[in-house]
Design a protein around this ligand. Structure first.
Ligand code: SF4
Length: 363
């Protein structure tokens, strides 16, 4: 059974779509800086981070200049959970998370003793916005016979309400494990990822109705046209993309899995259906290959993101400089809530260790 939520809740979620648009209106892209200015910012930020024993952790979808700065200054670039785990294991007093809100919260949950800052606290995620705790909690109560599995792209409060938190790379294994135990799953929030897991595992899943505004824009019809132009190209897609796109992909996987697949692919041309920010890392790991972004425009287009997350794009050198200089934009998670959210997070980490799986997530 693959069930989309009841019409009553669906009506409520339409309001959340309006809310997503409101957040989108506030997501202003920073000005592009010239090279000299970038260099000055990078030098000053690095000095400040050294003085304050701070470390920068950046997501693959952030601007290339932030990814480079994170690596050059002893920080880290990765997916959301890798970022949180690096933050937990490093000896910094301050973590600066260049990403979106739920990543800052995950970092704080895993590192409660550290100060966690973000260049902007306005950067959020359509999945997080469209899964408010009050509606989600009521939905869980209505289906109390189901095991609640939520994606990492959720608020601390939603995580705290869940039995499991998963990333895209471990979700299939966890759901299979639950299925073997005869459990039915309530999945939230990404309906495309949920549908992909349901189809792959055959599990009994009830899906929350939300989507990533970046991946939902990829178009199967445009991809079919693109494939005619590049008949020998491999297609790599993130499972937050619509099912018609996933059906055309050679590899479906998380950001880290896409990077690995691109590196090891025998193809010299690769079409990629995920946020364009990942191209920076793809070109580093396979400089000889040609990477092409999957189409978001064309027939049926309503491009709200054009394969670039507007919230990830809010992270800039200027906002990073202000936050590290002023030690501002601190991420706070209520300690009781953090302790509760840690339970399903830890369950996933233990599952990965026990099953010798690598836990790698995504935006
Ligand atoms: S790319 Fe999609 S899933 Fe990732 S932060 Fe942006 S809106 Fe959320």
């Amino acid at each position: 059974m693959n069930q989309i939520i009841s019409s009553e809740t669906s009506t409520a979620l339409s309001a959340d779509t309006v809310l997503v648009r409101k957040y989108l209106d506030r997501a202003v892209r920073p000005a592009v800086l010239d090279e000299e200015t970038q260099k000055t910012y990078k030098t000053n930020i690095t000095q400040l981070m050294q003085q304050k024993n701070a470390r920068l952790v950046a997501h693959y979808y952030t601007d290339a200049v932030l990814q480079d700065l994170a690596e050059e200054s002893g920080g880290f670039v990765g997916d959301s959970l890798e970022m949180a785990r690096f933050g937990r294991d490093c000896d910094a007093d301050i973590l600066i998370v260049a990403g979106v809100k739920f990543m800052g919260e995950s970092a704080k949950i895993l590192s409660p003793e550290k100060t966690v800052l973000m260049p902007t606290l306005e950067a959020t995620c359509s999945l997080d916005i469209a899964c408010p705790i009050d509606k989600f909690s009521a939905f869980c109560d209505q289906h109390s016979e189901r095991t609640v599995v939520v994606y990492a792209n959720t608020s601390a409060a939603v995580k705290a309400r869940a039995d499991w938190v998963v990333t895209s790379s471990i979700a299939l294994d966890v759901v299979e494990h639950l299925m073997e135990q005869g459990k039915k799953v309530l999945w939230a929030p990404d309906k495309h990822l949920g549908s992909y897991i349901q189809k792959t595992t055959g599990a009994d899943m009830l899906l929350w109705d939300a989507a990533c505004i970046v991946h939902e824009e990829f178009k199967a019809r445009g991809l079919a046209d693109m494939r005619k132009l590049y008949p020998d190209a491999a297609i790599l897609a993130h499972p937050e993309s619509p099912s018609a796109v996933l059906e055309m992909a050679d590899v479906v996987g998380s950001t880290t899995q896409i990077i690995n697949a691109a590196k090891h692919s025998e193809k010299s041309e690769i079409i990629v259906a995920t946020d364009q920010g990942i191209f920076h890392r793809l070109q580093q790991v396979a400089p000889e290959k040609k990477f092409i972004i999957a189409p978001t425009a064309g027939v049926e287009a309503s491009c709200r993101s054009c394969a670039q997350c507007p919230w990830m794009g809010m992270n800039s050198l200027e906002s990073l400089y202000s936050c590290v200089q002023e030690t501002s934009n601190e991420v706070c998670v209520d300690s009781a809530l953090a302790a509760q959210a840690m339970i399903p997070l830890q369950r996933m980490l233990d599952f990965a260790v026990n099953n010798q799986l690598k836990v790698r997530g995504k935006a």
